[in-house]
Design a protein around this ligand. Structure first.
Ligand SMILES: Cc1cc2nc3c(=O)[nH]c(=O)nc-3n(C[C@H](O)[C@H](O)[C@H](O)COP(=O)(O)O)c2cc1C
Length: 173
């Protein structure tokens, strides 16, 4: 059983991204995994200040950022999770600003605990208006994963790929 944390950066609560997440979650839960999703649009999460206060906090602090906002809920879930899922519609060839802001704030965990303690398996669930090959996001994301040493379990990109998302979820054990 794996603990799966989903960061949902979609604007719409019941749009295409939500459909991919639903299918992925059904698959993951059918395989006995535990899924915890955060719908970021409804959360109060500020941008990273690059103040390096996280590096000065006591090592292992569950709330490693000096800013006090809803990111604290995500920090608590992050330290417990085995698999981190980034879910987002493509906005201007990128993930949404909502998700990017939360990803930037994860910097505090690696700054506080070090790269190795933050090593996670990852999944990308992306929806887009244009076909997948016209969206360059995966290249950018695989660069980030490579830098962090994170292993990718797979990616789904497209609006009609719920079966693929379900299978990817079910493959996690
Ligand atoms: C501000 C904005 C920018 C977008 N930029 C792109 C883009 O660069 N490439 C693309 O394929 N689709 C783009 N789209 C379309 C969305 O990615 C697509 O409609 C997606 O499925 C919406 O997901 P949702 O239903 O979860 O909100 C954009 C949509 C919006 C609102």
């Amino acid at each position: 059983m794996k603990k799966i944390l989903i960061l949902n950066g979609a604007g719409k609560k019941n749009g295409n991204t939500a459909a991919l997440i639903k299918a992925f979650t059904e698959g993951a839960e059918s395989a006995g995994n535990e899924v915890n999703e955060f719908y970021l649009q409804n959360m109060n999460i500020h941008g990273c200040l690059d103040c390096h206060g996280c590096a000065r906090k006591q090592k292992g602090d569950l709330h490693p950022c000096v800013q006090k906002d809803d990111m604290d809920q995500i920090y608590e879930a992050f330290v417990e999770c085995d698999v981190l899922v980034f879910a987002s519609p493509v906005y201007w060839f990128d993930i949404t600003g909502t998700l990017k802001t939360a990803v930037d704030r994860l910097y505090a965990v690696q700054s506080n605990l070090g790269f190795e303690a933050c090593n996670r398996d990852t999944v990308l669930l992306l929806t887009s208006g244009a076909p997948a090959e016209q969206n360059p996001i995966p290249i950018q994301w695989y660069s980030i994963f490579g830098q962090l040493g994170w292993k990718s379990l797979g990616m789904v990109l497209g609006t009609d790929k719920t079966d693929e998302a379900r299978s990817l979820g079910a493959s996690i054990r």
